[in-house]
Design a protein around this ligand. Structure first.
Ligand code: EPU
Length: 340
């Protein structure tokens, strides 16, 4: 089935809780229905498009003057299984953390470190979500979807997805053109645990032996202690990316700030903790109007109630400029700004 409405309020469709209106809003429950809609309605080719999952990584700064497509494609389906691995397909509309929960319960490893990340499966490869030493690209076998320009189904293997840090081909070259309808994950029945990140291993041990269930519990406990629950406080997780700089630039900063957290990522490049820098610049817990910097994690901007998208954007601009001035580092937004 597909269903189109007009002048649709997006307030409960984005985790920042921003009021904005979509000119057209479409829900589809299968790839075939998306293609049927496109054939029957022939939407004006030049109209802007946005694929919207749970709205947990975007900021509306204006009304959306185009077509929003919200996939409500359900289902988790076992495709193949042997003694070592399983391949499972999940629909774009499946809530990511429900998928993680079901994998952990079945003893399938590979996504447990990504517990409690908000959002739906459709957005997971687009963003190449990551947390606690794991990135989802390491368990993706295939990304399936529809090209809205050619009305064709297409499947991408991992190399074709061009995954990078919080990015992929779907976010860049194929933005507005290719909608993910399902993702095939390859998970392990003999998982190797990844516990090196920060205090993860210590946290896991608090719950008992090292197993998938306890890793999931530990990740949830860490996230809940630092990150605001979007059901209670509007936010979109990390607002900025952790910048990747040259070793020389990182060393220069380390000379001035010896306790700056840095993570070598290979090829002479180093990722530095933007949250630490924003805190050091004095922004943690600060607010301007109804927009604020979270008091437990400076990388997260929050809506203290009634903030407009522009207000939150303005705060991010001020932080960007201040960090550039104080640290000579150009932060990049991780959250997608819509309507600027
Ligand atoms: N830090 C501070 N002050 C802060 C925030 C962080 O000093 O206000 C320091 C921490 O003490 C730590 C370092 O910065 O030494 C890194 O902090 P943390 O482990 O909290 O992770 P992060 O770099 O801030 C990234 C991801 C998160 C992910 C966590 C855990 C990005 C942009 N963010 O945050 O992802 O959950 O690692 O793996 O890569 C998201 O993408 O929305 C998100 C929440």
């Amino acid at each position: 089935m597909y269903q189109q409405t007009h002048n649709f309020s997006l307030k409960s469709s984005n985790t920042f809780g921003i009021s904005a209106i979509a000119k057209h809003y479409l829900t589809v429950d299968s790839p075939e229905e998306l293609i049927r809609f496109l054939r029957e309605n022939n939407p004006a080719g030049k109209e802007k498009r946005l694929f919207l999952g749970a709205g947990s990584n975007l900021l509306f700064v204006n009304n959306f003057d185009g077509l929003i497509i919200h996939p409500e494609i359900p289902g988790i389906r076992l495709i193949t299984e042997n003694k070592d691995i399983v391949e499972v397909e999940a629909g774009a509309g499946v809530v990511w953390d429900n998928f993680v929960d079901s994998c952990v319960k079945k003893g399938w490893g590979g996504v447990e470190n990504l517990s409690l990340i908000p959002g739906n499966v459709g957005a997971v490869p687009v963003q190449n979500i990551g947390a606690y030493g794991a990135e989802v690209e390491s368990v993706i076998a295939e990304v399936r979807g529809v090209n809205l320009d050619t009305l064709e189904n297409k499947s991408f293997n991992p190399a074709e997805c061009k995954f990078g840090y919080r990015t992929s081909i779907f976010k860049v070259e194929l933005k507005e053109q290719f909608m993910v309808t399902s993702v095939v994950f390859r998970l392990s029945k003999q998982p190797e645990y990844r516990l090196e990140y920060g205090a993860l291993e210590t946290e896991v041990c608090k719950f008992g032996e090292k197993n998938l269930q306890n890793i999931r519990k530990a990740v949830i406990a860490i996230r809940e202690s630092k990150l605001p629950d979007p059901m209670k406080i509007g936010n979109a997780g990390s607002f900025f990316k952790n910048p990747v700089v040259s070793e020389a630039a990182a060393n220069a900063l380390k000379n001035v700030y010896p306790d700056l957290p840095v993570y070598p990522v290979g090829s002479g490049l180093v990722k530095i903790a933007a949250g630490w820098i924003i805190e050091k610049a004095g922004w943690k817990g600060k607010s301007i109007g109804n927009a604020a910097v979270h008091d437990k994690q400076a990388l997260v901007l929050i809506n203290n109630g009634g903030a407009s998208g522009k207000e939150i954007f303005e705060l991010s601009e001020i932080i960007l400029k201040d960090v550039l001035l104080k640290f000579n580092i150009e932060l990049e937004r991780e959250v997608q700004v819509i309507g600027d």
